[in-house]
Design a protein around this ligand. Structure first.
Ligand code: ACO
Length: 325
């Protein structure tokens, strides 16, 4: 029987020009390179200039992905942009990216699941593509978290950065075997009871302001490893694959210690983990596509390899996806 599968055609990313080191952050708040590296694994993050908006970074990443895929932008009929930091409250930033790319067909919308946004967006695109309703999807994660940080709060401002990454997916017919290319399985979760642990204290219908990020770091850490392990085990159960089959584990890049603990719990070999948190910090929905694009560009991720992505973020929301690249 022939089935449709969402196959990756290409990926790309974009980072703001300014790379802010831990030493530079230590000139603004009472912190140190030693504290940040030991607790998070972060050495630096990129911070967007005024004119480097979420749509600007997203468009740069999208152009790179489209070029890498070797397709015409006009053939894309679905644009999904995962972000918690849109250019405007409305319209969706995805529509600005669509216009900048000269796409005038199909659908374009933003998706808000904070740090899990890219996993949610890949899952959503997959559902559109395998249904046969759309043929080519541009899935983007793009953020300018520096705009919603409280730059006087050392417990949060040292953790985050700005950037964007994008992936082009195409619906392709095939036998649907586990060895065939494409998205093999996706698993999404949410539990809204955890609002107070990670949120932004403003918004259009509450304060009519943008607000600042607030987080109980220890609490987030406590839940993250358990929740992420469960959703990865769900992916293994659904596909019959195991940790030993994973060529590349590309987790949301929140914190090196969460990544190490999750890999250890699942028995994933550290040599198969893609780590970009050191140079990017936590870029929320952009972190996975930034890491994917980095590892494709340097030749680590190759066609046919098995890639596992996962993320957890505000809400809480969390999820995983297994992709035969
Ligand atoms: N520099 C120096 N000292 C600091 C800093 C800083 N930037 N931030 C906090 N401290 C101090 C605290 O004030 C505290 O001092 P005290 O003992 O005198 O009170 C001490 O360091 C320890 O603070 P803790 O909050 O207990 O530090 P912890 O070891 O928990 O590390 C961290 C904090 C890094 C935030 C950790 O809890 C964490 O990684 N949590 C996960 C959160 C996360 O990654 N969130 C990302 C968003 S969600 C997601 O993407 C999954």
């Amino acid at each position: 029987m022939t089935v449709l599968r969402s196959v990756v055609l290409g990926c790309g990313h974009a980072l703001p020009a300014h790379r802010m080191t831990n030493a530079e952050i230590a000139t603004r708040v009472d912190t140190s390179d030693e504290w940040i590296v030991e607790r998070t694994g972060i050495n630096a993050r990129h911070i967007a200039a005024k004119d480097e908006t979420t749509s600007v970074l997203a468009t740069r990443a999208a152009r790179a992905a489209i070029e890498n895929a070797g397709i015409e932008a006009s053939s894309i009929d679905l644009v999904i942009l995962a972000t918690a930091t849109p250019d405007f409250t409305f319209p969706a930033t995805a529509t600005q990216v669509q216009a900048a790319l000269g796409i005038t067909q199909g659908a374009a919308f933003d998706l808000q699941a904070v740090c899990s946004g890219f996993v949610y967006a890949m899952t959503t695109a997959d559902k559109f593509l395998i249904s046969g309703s759309h043929k080519r999807a541009l899935v983007i994660g793009a953020e300018t978290f520096s705009r919603i940080l409280d730059w006087e709060d050392r417990t949060t401002c040292v953790l985050f950065g700005d950037g964007a990454g994008a992936v082009v997916l195409e619906a392709q017919p095939g036998a649907g075997e586990i060895a065939d290319r494409g998205i093999l399985s996706t698993h999404l979760r949410a539990d809204g009871r955890h609002l107070d642990k990670l949120y932004v204290d403003g918004g259009p219908s509450t304060t009519a302001t943008t607000g600042h990020l607030r987080m109980e770091g220890k609490e987030v850490f406590r839940y993250a490893v358990t929740f992420l392990a469960e959703v990865i085990e769900a992916a293994f159960k659904a596909t019959g694959l195991t940790a030993a089959d994973i060529d590349w584990f590309v987790p949301h890049q929140a914190n090196r210690r969460i990544i190490d603990a999750t890999a250890r719990k699942l028995g994933i070999d550290p040599a198969h983990v893609v780590l970009t948190v050191g140079d990017h910090g936590n870029t929320s929905a952009a972190s996975i596509p930034l890491a994917l694009s980095t590892a494709c560009a340097d030749g680590r991720i190759k066609k046919g390899q098995l890639v596992l992505i996962e993320a957890m973020g505000g809400g809480f929301t969390w999820g995983s996806a297994l992709i035969r690249w």
